[in-house]
Design a protein around this ligand. Sequence first.
Ligand code: CMC
Length: 382
Amino acid sequence: MSDELNLGLDGVLVTESSLSHVDGETGRLIYRGYAIEDLAREASFEEVLYLLWHGELPDADALSSFEDALADERPIDDDVVETLRALAAADETPMAALRTATSMLSAYEPEHPDPEDLDASLRQGRRITAKMPTILAAYDRLRDGDEPIEPRDDLGHAANFLYMRDGEEPDEVAVETLDQALTLHADHGLNASTFTTVVVSSTLADVYNAITAGIGALAGPLHGGANQDVMDILLEIDDSDLDPREWVEEAIDEGRRIPGFGHRVYQVKDPRALILEERSAELADSTGDDRWYDYAKTIEDYLTDEVGLVEKGIAPNVDFYSGSVYYQLGMPADMYTPIFVMSRVGGWLAHALEYRENNRIIRPRARYVGETDAEFVPIDQR
Ligand code: CMC
C-alpha cells in the first residue's frame, strides 16, 4: 500500500472504459472510437446516447424505437411541477431546481429493480434523461411567471426542449446548434461528475442517487459551472467602459483565473471548443451582433499571444465558447450548466453501468495528520 499523496487524483487510473477517450496532447476526443467532429456533424444527440448506452451506432429501426421510447418518457408528474413552482417562488437556481426535481423523480419511478439488474437501471436512466428537458423548460417558464408547456412526441430531444421553453416551433439553426452542443458534452472520460456518479453507483445505490450526485459535482465553477461564469464575464465586459482587451489585461493583472481556460487533461485547445467557436461565429454572422463572439475571441487571442497561457498548456476548454452560443440562442446564463447536465447524464449513466459490470466499491484513503492521543474531557469540564 503506497503512502504517496496524489492531490486531485491527477493521472490516477481507477478503471478501464471503452466509452470515451481524451487525448490531451493532440486535442482528440472519441466516443467508442468515433471522432467527436464526425459525431457532432453527422449524428443526432439520440444516436450518441444510443452509442454510449448500447455500444454501437443504431440502424434506422433501432434509432426510431429508441427515439419513441425517449419521447414516451418525457412527461413529468404534476407533483414535480408543483415542486418546481415552489422552487421558482423561492428563487432557486435552475441547476439546483434540476437537482431537486431529478431526485424527486424516483418517487414516480415504475420499476424498483434489484441493484444488480443493469437493464432495469438503464431504463431508469433513460427515463431521467427523457424528463430532464421537461423539468428544465418548465422551470425556466415558471420563474418567468408562465405555465409549463407539455412535451411533444413528434420532435427530437433538442427541438422539443426549445419548443417547451419558448412555446413555439424552434428554427432549424437553433435545433441543430443545440443538438450539436448536446453531442459535444455527452461524455468526457472520468471527469469529476462522472467519477462522482461512478463512486455512488459503486456502492450499489440506484441511478437516481448516482445521477443526483453527478449534478451536484457538475455545478461547481471548476467544472460545469464555468460556462455560466464565461458568459458572466462577457456580460461584465459589455456593461463596463473597458473594451475586451483592456478588461482581460486588468483581470490578469488582478490575478483573476479566466473561466473557460485550462483543463486537467488537455494541453492544447479542446476540440469541442473549436467546434463551438465556429457555431458562435456563425450565429454572430446570422444575427449581425458579433459582440459575444468578438469578446471571447479577443480574450482568447490576448491570453494566447500576450500572456502565453496556451503555450503553458492552459487553453480554451469546452466552456469557453458554449456560453456565447447558448446566449445567442436566447438562453439566460444560469441555464447553461443545467443544459450541460441534460447532455452529460448520458455519459454518467453509461459509465456507472459499465463500472457495475465489474463492480468494486470505490474507497480510497486519506493520510491521517491529526492528533493521535487526545485526552477526553467530559462536557461539564470543557
Ligand atoms: N487561468 C489562469 N491560470 C490557470 C487557469 C486559468 N483558467 N487554469 C489553470 N491555470 C494555472 C494555475 O494557476 C496553475 O498555475 P501554477 O502551476 O503556476 O500555480 C496551473 O495552471 C495548473 O492549474 P490547476 O488548477 O492546478 O490545474 P487543475 O488540473 O487542478 O485544474 C481546472 C483544472 C479546469 C480546474 C483549471 O484549469 C481551472 O480552474 N480552469 C477555470 C475553470 C474552468 O474553465 N473549468 C472548466 C473545465 S473544462 C469543462 C468541465 O470540466 O466542465
